[in-house]
Ligand binder design. Sequence first.
Ligand code: SF4
Length: 413
Amino acid sequence: MNILVIKASANSLFKDYKKASGTPPQSINALAAATPDSHYLTVWDETSMGPADPSVWPDLVAIFMSTPDAYRGYELGDYFRNQGVPVVFGGLHATFVPDETLQHADAIMLGEAENLWPTLLKDFELGYLDKRYESSTPPAMETIKPLPHQTMDLSAYGEFGMVMVSRGCKFKCEYCAVHRFFPTFRYRPVGEVVDEIRNSGLQYLELHADNLMADKDYAMELFQAIKPLGINWMAEATLNFAEHPELLEAAAESGLFSLLVGLETPAQSALDASGKRFMRVDRAKENIARLHEYQIAVDSAMLFGFDQHGPEIFEETLDFVDEIELDTCTSAILTPFPGTLLYERLENEGRLLTKDWSMYDCSHAVFKPALMSAQELEEGADWFHQKYNSLGRSAKRKVTRARNLGLMNSLYF
Ligand code: SF4
């Protein structure tokens, strides 16, 4: 059977953000890995490859998309169904907005796809599809297969590959969908991660996890195991990891060169209210300095629009990122993605301003903020973006980065 798997991506600022900050999408590549060899598969990532080729004539299409790309996904679904090709949707948006997605699909997969996809394919070969495929048990990490690295297009992602290490998170931040989509927090066996890295031939990669250092014993075992591979890797973890000197040293020696930390805001009260009390703003500068001792770059998004944020937050955040010497920073408007606790709360409070998913791109205020207007929030976020990227500030950051990361390393960022 010919199967076309698409990661839908609309032409938008969100697409640029994915290219600038992302690595190849886990969703479509994990589905490709879970597809039995008896099928012929074409994987199309619209972020890196542009619009999917409408002349491809598959027997079945599977579409994944983020919420801001939902209408592009629906457009693709409608197109292929009009051609008589059955369409299946999976991923976060389909899971959390199932009824709407089903209007453009023959079937949807709710939750992690690995357990559902082989059953769906068997049903399809027998001539029928259920509307919904879901499982009460997430796939065991021992059964997760290596990604198809040889066929992944890395050109849009700075030639960075990705190897999956864990799924889920032990924390439950209000604005985050990770703990709602992945019902349990679990790691792959270290040996399988090491084998996949070695066989992939990747030199630069993301060790994909939503919080890599959550289990410190696992992290230490992994770092010791990958050290001989001589790779350069980046990851996501909480900044508190820097408070564990042995773990930090092991991470650096195994090739960690850039860490994405979810610092989010200088307003501790906002972090506390969002379930992120463990992130301590007053220790941020010290912890970033610890990472800089190993020339590890530190990146974080700064989010605007928490209920504790008044109009002063934009200037306060600008001073904060300068003060703590954050190496790179992406600013975004807090966005209540469907499936998050934040979405549910704001909907219950009647504060959602729109359900036009194309506006859920982190550059629009889609809810009524508590301490300012939606217009003030958008203008303030824009003001921060302009100031942060001004020529003067960018030049100053280059000098600071060269001091903290070394001249050669700093040129990468
Ligand atoms: S924001 Fe980070 S720490 Fe919080 S639940 Fe999501 S992945 Fe976990």
